[in-house]
Design a protein around this ligand. Structure first.
Ligand code: PEP
Ligand code: MN
Length: 279
């Protein structure tokens, strides 16, 4: 096997990615990343940050540079959005994960984020992988839309080769023959990756299904399969979301997920993060 650095045999213990706010990926306690697909306004990101923190999320997600299929669709608020998200996260004890689309923005995004997200469309953007690796920042590497497990691990190897092994893999579904769900969430890769790599793996049931009603059951299934955390889209008013409304949970739906999660986490030998602020 060529992927020397990320493969299981390279390290006897699993890699744990620790963040300054106490969140970790790969430890005894799950990482719960929640927030809107896109940062849309100060009010939207502040309300969401406060709601998800109260329920026990420990990382705020939200895109300011959005990889949209149509160039006419909302492209994100850019640096202004990053600033809003950083403030909202800080007020609620949350870390920040956000996507970087372009090598030219790695430095800018690094100033506001705790984790750089590489989206599905950029999994094999090798110059971007090297650049985020060299930033020294933790990297959330989403599985490419049609990527094999080996291609995904090779992409992680590009990052690891820069000397940065703070890499989190994220299963977010792959394109399949069937459009009944947006993507086909591949939960078998969770226990498979545990045999192939020491890197932590999380599940994104939002992009994995595209349907809000399926997010909770697939989040629980992901944790039952051994995932180290979740990435879930949450919006104050999904019907009016600028992107990915149909797969976004309301605050009430997220609250329900976080109420049922501890029992499944416990069965899988994990804890859930404590609610950060009872604001
Ligand atoms: C996102 O997280 O909003 C996103 C665009 O994800 P993906 O790259 O998995 O489509
Ligand atoms: Mn999205």
């Amino acid at each position: 096997m060529e992927n020397q650095l990320v493969r299981r045999e390279a390290r006897t213990e699993g890699t744990i990615v620790h963040l300054k706010n106490g969140a970790s990926f790969g430890g005894d306690v799950l990482a719960v990343c929640a927030g809107p697909c896109s940062i849309e306004s100060r009010e939207q990101i502040e309300r969401t940050a406060s709601a998800v923190a109260k329920q026990g999320a420990n990382v705020l997600r939200g895109g300011a540079f959005k990889p949209r299929t149509s160039p006419y669709a909302f492209q994100g608020l850019g640096e202004e959005g990053l600033r809003m998200m950083r403030e909202a996260a800080g007020c609620n004890g949350l870390a920040v994960v956000t996507e970087v689309l372009d090598v030219r923005d790695v430095e800018l995004v690094s100033r506001y984020a705790d984790i750089l997200q590489i989206g599905t469309r950029n999994m094999q953007n090798f110059s971007l992988l090297r650049e985020v690796g060299e930033s020294g920042m933790p990297v959330l590497l989403k599985r490419g839309i049609s990527a094999t497990v080996n291609e995904w691990l090779m992409a992680a190897e590009y990052i690891a080769l820069t000397g940065n092994q703070r890499i989190i893999l994220c299963e977010r579904g792959v394109r399949s023959f069937d459009s009944a769900t947006r993507n086909l969430l591949d939960l078998a890769v969770i226990p498979l990756l545990a045999t192939l790599t020491h890197l932590p793996v999380i599940v994104d049931p939002s992009h994995g299904t595209g349907i809000a009603a399926l997010v909770e059951p697939m989040a629980l299934a992901g944790v039952a399969a051994g995932a180290d955390g979740l990435l879930v889209e949450v919006h104050p008013d999904p019907a009016s979301a600028a992107s990915d409304g149909p797969q976004s949970l309301t605050f009430e739906q997220f609250e329900h997920l976080m109420r049922v999660l501890p029992a499944v986490a416990r069965a899988a030998g994990r804890g859930v993060p404590a609610a950060t602020l009872a604001a």
